[in-house]
Design a protein around this ligand. Structure first.
Ligand code: SME
Length: 162
C-alpha cells in the first residue's frame, strides 16, 4: 500500500468514509504490530476529518491506558466506568456525546473538546480490549454517520486481533 491517503477534497462525510475504509484496511493488512496499526489508523482519521483529537485507549490491568493518538496531550489512565471512554467500555457499546457539558462524569482532557464519540474495540471473543475516541472542538460535527463508520473501523481492528 502506498503511504499516501487519497482523500477527495469537498466530498461528503459518507463518501469520505466509503473511500477511506478500504484504504484503512489496506494500511493495516499484513502488519502484525498493533501499535503501528493503531498509530496509522489515528493519523489517517485525523488527516481525513481534521478532528481535534482522535486515538485509542487500550485495556491494561483493568484500566484504559493511553495508546496511539493524534492531537494534544491527553489523560493517560481512565478507570472502568469513568468518563465517556470508561463508560463505553463498561457498557460495551458506542457512545455519542453531542455536548460533553451534559455528560455526567466526562473527563476533560482538553477544555477545547465539546463533543465526543467513543467506540469500543472488541477482540475475537467479543471482549472489549480498547476504545477508539474522537473529540471535536465543534458542536454538531459528530453524528450517527460517524458512529456507524467508526464501528466499521473498530471491526477492522477486531479482524487483526483474531
Ligand atoms: N473525554 C474522555 C477522556 C479522553 S480524552 O477526551 C482524549 C472521557 O470522558 O472519557
Amino acid at each position: 500500500m502506498s503511504e499516501e491517503l487519497f482523500i477527495e477534497a469537498g466530498a461528503g462525510k459518507k463518501e469520505t468514509y466509503e473511500s477511506l475504509l478500504p484504504q484503512l484496511a489496506a494500511l493495516i493488512e499484513g502488519e502484525p504490530d498493533l501499535t503501528a496499526n493503531l498509530a496509522n489508523l489515528s493519523a489517517a482519521l485525523k488527516e481525513a476529518f481534521g478532528w481535534w483529537w482522535v486515538g485509542f485507549y487500550w485495556v491494561k490491568e483493568n484500566e484504559l491506558v493511553l495508546a496511539p493518538f493524534q492531537g494534544p496531550i491527553a489523560c493517560t489512565r481512565i478507570a472502568k466506568g469513568k468518563g465517556v471512554c470508561g463508560t463505553a467500555w463498561n457498557e460495551e457499546k458506542s457512545l455519542r456525546v453531542p455536548d460533553v457539558n451534559v455528560f455526567k462524569g466526562h473527563i476533560a482532557c482538553s477544555g477545547s473538546s465539546v463533543a465526543e464519540i467513543v467506540v469500543p474495540v472488541f477482540d475475537g471473543l467479543h471482549r472489549v480490549v480498547g476504545v477508539l475516541d474522537v473529540d471535536s472542538e465543534l458542536y454538531d460535527v459528530l453524528d450517527e454517520t460517524d458512529v456507524y463508520y467508526l464501528e466499521l473501523v473498530s471491526q477492522l481492528i477486531t479482524r487483526l486481533l483474531k
